[in-house]
Design a protein. Sequence first.
Length: 48
Amino acid sequence: MAYVRALLAGALVGALYAALKVRSPAPPPVALFGLLGMLAGQALLGAL
């Protein structure tokens, strides 16, 4: 449930940034996919 709330909060803030025409300080999507890969690798090795 915490993940869903975090996703909804992020979407709300993103919509607010878009409405105010402000550039988001978030890293580019490529960096986010890199972080996702790091978490997946850590989870995979942790499961072994």
